[in-house]
Design a protein around this ligand. Structure first.
Ligand SMILES: CCCCC/C=C\CCC/C=C/CC(=O)SCCNC(=O)CCNC(=O)[C@H](O)C(C)(C)COP(=O)(O)OP(=O)(O)OC[C@H]1O[C@@H](n2cnc3c(N)ncnc32)[C@H](O)[C@@H]1OP(=O)(O)O
Length: 279
């Protein structure tokens, strides 16, 4: 398979480390637990661009087909889980590339939210927008203190599509989810724990991974097929909705993102990020 030819396999202690040639993600399988840790490593902020999304897709597929016992998603950056979609993909976009970009984001969501293996996110840094989408696509979340997480799209003058809302709603009560989305609210770790957006707090990345592993281990005595089918039944309606509307969803995104007012807003937001970075 093409994927195999892109992979290098290294052994670190009892762990197997698989990394893609471009190294935007690594997959490390713990030989004792059989759990795969999928790490995003795209400096400076794990912005989800086309290449990172393609890597994520391939890594999730790899983990599914290797029959790992579970998947833990995390980041190699010590303060940022993911800054969400790379705004440079949406600002003054290239016509063909932006289509591939959005289609890859749909692929990642379908693969992660619909994954047959237990999934958990070790959120070791800030996790706005697309970062929050990835975290809420997993079944369990452990976050480090003093970071923020949420769907802040309305703050940028953009709208979270229905399937972003599905992930959010699979975690939060409807009333809290609706208000937070309308406000574009970012929750601190403590607030996120209080509303149930995350499940646990850990003091270090290692501790977060241990807690994620313990969650995945809680299924050890459950029949894997029964567990996977039960999870998929819970998520089937959300997944089917995007499967049915993929093309319309892409066209809606392209129409929306190409509106002059949206382009202007994205340009101003990028400038503000760059100014902040300089100060
Ligand atoms: C009705 C139908 C609707 C249909 C659909 C319509 C619309 C589409 C919806 C699209 C959905 C989008 C979801 C998203 O994910 S949008 C992205 C949202 N992300 C953010 O708002 C995060 C912005 N970033 C930050 O808040 C911070 O950078 C941080 C992640 C908290 C990290 O802070 P810090 O460590 O201080 O780092 P800096 O801020 O200095 O950043 C370093 C560097 O990285 C650049 N950068 C940061 N985030 C992004 C990004 N998301 N995309 C591109 N670039 C980013 C930042 O500009 C700095 O760059 P320079 O070093 O070059 O200055």
């Amino acid at each position: 398979m093409l994927r195999s030819s892109l992979l290098t396999l290294t052994r670190i202690g009892s762990n197997r480390l698989m990394s893609t040639a471009a190294k935007l993600t690594t997959v490390e399988v713990n030989d004792k637990t059989g759990i795969a840790t999928l790490t995003m490593c795209r400096p400076p902020v794990n912005g989800l661009n086309l290449e990172l999304l393609k890597d994520l897709s391939q890594s999730i597929d790899e983990i599914e087909s290797n029959k790992s016992r579970g998947l833990i998603l995390t980041s190699s950056n010590p303060t940022i889980f993911s800054a969400g979609l790379d705004i440079l993909e949406m600002y003054k976009p290239d016509k063909e590339r932006i289509r591939a970009f959005w289609t890859s984001l749909q692929d990642v969501w379908l693969a992660l939210y619909g994954s047959s293996v237990p999934t958990a996110a070790a959120i070791n840094g800030h996790s706005p927008a697309g970062g929050c989408l990835l975290a809420t696509s997993c079944e369990y979340r452990v976050m480090l203190p003093k970071f923020t997480i949420g769907l802040n799209e309305t703050q940028l003058g953009i709208v979270a599509p229905k399937w972003f809302m599905s992930s959010f709603l699979s975690v939060l009560p409807r009333r809290i989810a609706e208000r937070a989305l309308n406000q574009g609210r970012m929750f601190t770790t403590e607030e996120a724990l209080q509303v149930g957006l995350i499940d646990e707090v850990a003091n270090t990345k290692e501790e977060a991974i241990e807690k994620c592993s313990a969650f995945i281990g809680s299924f050890a005595k459950v029949n894997p097929l029964a567990r996977a089918l039960t999870k998929q039944q819970f998520r089937a309606a959300d997944l089917q909705q995007l499967e049915n509307e993929r093309v319309q969803d892409l066209e809606k995104f392209l129409f929306f993102v190409n509106q002059p007012a949206v382009q202007k807003g994205l340009g101003l937001y990028l400038e503000s990020l760059k100014k902040k970075a300089k100060n």
